[in-house]
Ligand binder design. Structure first.
Ligand code: ZN
Ligand code: ZN
Length: 249
């Protein structure tokens, strides 16, 4: 699988980091995890045709994870000289159908391209073309989910936004790659719904993933050596998320 990080930041404008977006390519599927502001043009920048995305899985409904959905669908509907030729599946957690219907009330047919399917994840795992996905509830907001994706004998977990969670540890145990948020620069910033470096270290040491991408970094994190602190306290290989970084898993 190939992972491309499109946005490693948060809702706060940051010249280095855009809002959340990750694309995962398996031999026959292109999977978008979250679609924060700027995701659509960054796909094109990375040479990934946005009209070939098969699935979008949303971790939750906060605007820094969903802000580019309307531009993505508008560009899909009015794609000029290129056509979308295959189905697009869009998935989210509890409340996603209501959220999407509200967007449709505002934008109508502008965001209703052909071949569009929208639904809520009901729990458990689903198998698609050449990958399997499992969604697990996380402590952030009501709609929040972490995802585990398996393909070609490899496994990736994306935490979305989350507080410390035993279910995330269980989901991430022995995976090949854990993409984990570390929104808070140190313990003094602790607030409910996000992780501090110590909580990320505790999660990694319990779950033992082979490799870790630390992401969803607020601006303060870059000044506080958050990734270095995590790296020096765990056994796994730790990578700092960067916008437009590509990783092969
Ligand atoms: Zn967020
Ligand atoms: Zn959030």
């Amino acid at each position: 699988m190939k992972l491309t990080i499109l946005g490693s930041g948060t809702c706060i404008p940051n010249p280095k980091r855009g809002s959340s977006g990750y694309v995962l390519e398996t031999p026959s599927s292109k999977i978008l995890l979250d679609c924060g502001s700027g995701t659509t043009w960054k796909l094109e920048k990375m040479g990934i045709n946005y009209l070939e995305i098969d699935h979008i899985f949303f971790s939750h409904l906060h605007p820094d994870h969903t802000g580019d959905l309307v531009p993505f669908l508008f560009a899909t509907k009015y794609s000029h000289n290129r056509e979308r030729e295959k189905p697009l599946f869009i998935w989210g957690g509890k409340g996603f159908n209501k959220f999407f219907n509200t967007l449709k009330k505002a934008y109508g047919s502008w965001i209703a391209p052909e071949h569009l399917n929208v639904d809520e994840i009901k729990g458990g795992s689903d198998t698609f073309d050449d990958f399997k996905i499992l969604a697990v509830k996380t402590p952030h907001i009501e709609s929040s989910l972490a995802y585990k994706i398996e393909s070609e004998g490899k496994s990736i977990v994306y935490s979305g936004d989350t507080d410390y969670s035993e279910s995330l540890i269980e989901l991430s145990t022995n995976v090949d790659l854990l993409i984990i948020e570390c929104a808070l620069a140190n313990e003094s910033y602790k607030m409910r719904g996000h992780l501090t470096p110590n909580e990320v270290i505790k999660t990694i040491n319990a779950a033992k993933p082979k490799k870790v991408v630390v992401t969803h970094l607020y601006t303060e994190c870059d000044g506080e050596n958050v990734v270095e602190t995590i790296r020096s306290n765990v056994d796994a290989q730790v990578v700092e998320a960067q916008d437009l970084l590509e990783l092969i898993i």
